[in-house]
Ligand binder design. Structure first.
Ligand code: SF4
Ligand code: SF4
Length: 224
């Protein structure tokens, strides 16, 4: 079973909170990226929409179009998407329509982080964007309404989409593997709004004081 366009319309309504009402994070990273917020730069990030989400967006707006892979690596990456999923690009940051952003846009740089026991603990982040996404280096600015809405949106989507659930269970395990290799703790935002680390090896999750948490965050800017 997968989510329909009506399901995505409901999720969109529930997931609107910004990461922070006080900070415009795009203004933090864009100056280092030719004026384009990193997560809106199609050379760096291409959102993928489920079939239901793409059906919804096509009905609501002409903001989005199908992305054509630029090279063989991308052909492989986007050619292997689950049935009906579509890589898409918008017209660019100047034309952003807040209500027609994908779930991927709303959630960036976060993904739902699962424990080894497959429990949805809170928010992990796409570590490949360390040094480029200012938010990743300033996780303590993330506000609780954003965390609540993102967790609720994910739980809603997972109810009908086992593949999506499995993807993030797997992605969380991959993050543990990557950080363990580097002997790093994973900074996590708990669904309770508090700060945590997942420790290397066993992946045990422990609470963190703000100062220690902040000291361990990736440095910004560090562009590749
Ligand atoms: S989420 Fe990260 S990459 Fe996107 S605009 Fe904010 S700081 Fe930049
Ligand atoms: S829809 Fe808006 S947030 Fe999403 S990639 Fe385009 S400009 Fe960025």
């Amino acid at each position: 079973m997968s989510n329909s366009s009506a399901d995505f319309a409901r999720v969109y309504k529930k997931f609107q909170a910004p990461i922070s009402r006080k900070v415009d994070c795009g203004a933090k990273c864009a100056p280092y990226n030719e004026g384009i917020p990193v997560c809106c730069d199609h050379d760096r990030a291409v959102p993928v929409a489920d079939k239901g989400e793409w059906d919804l967006l096509r009905k609501r707006t002409d903001l989005w179009s199908i992305y054509t892979p630029k090279n063989k690596t991308e052909e492989k990456e986007f050619g292997g998407l689950a049935d009906g999923c579509q890589s898409i690009i918008c017209k660019g940051a100047k034309f952003c329509e807040r209500e027609n952003r994908t779930i991927a846009c709303r959630a960036f740089p976060f993904f739902p982080y699962f424990t080894k026991e497959k429990e949805l603990f809170g928010l992990g982040y796409y570590w490949g964007f360390e040094g480029m996404c200012w938010v990743i280096s300033n996780l303590t600015i993330v506000e609780k309404p954003f965390i609540d809405e993102m967790i609720a949106a994910c739980e809603d989507i997972f109810k009908k989409d086992q593949d999506e659930y499995d993807t993030y269970v797997g992605y969380s395990a991959t993050m543990r593997g990557v950080f363990t290799k580097k002997n790093r703790k994973i900074p996590l935002l708990g669904r309770d709004g508090k700060l945590y680390f997942a420790l290397p090896d066993g992946g045990a999750i422990v609470p963190s004081a703000k100062a220690d948490f902040t000291a361990k965050l990736a440095k910004f800017p560090k562009f590749k």
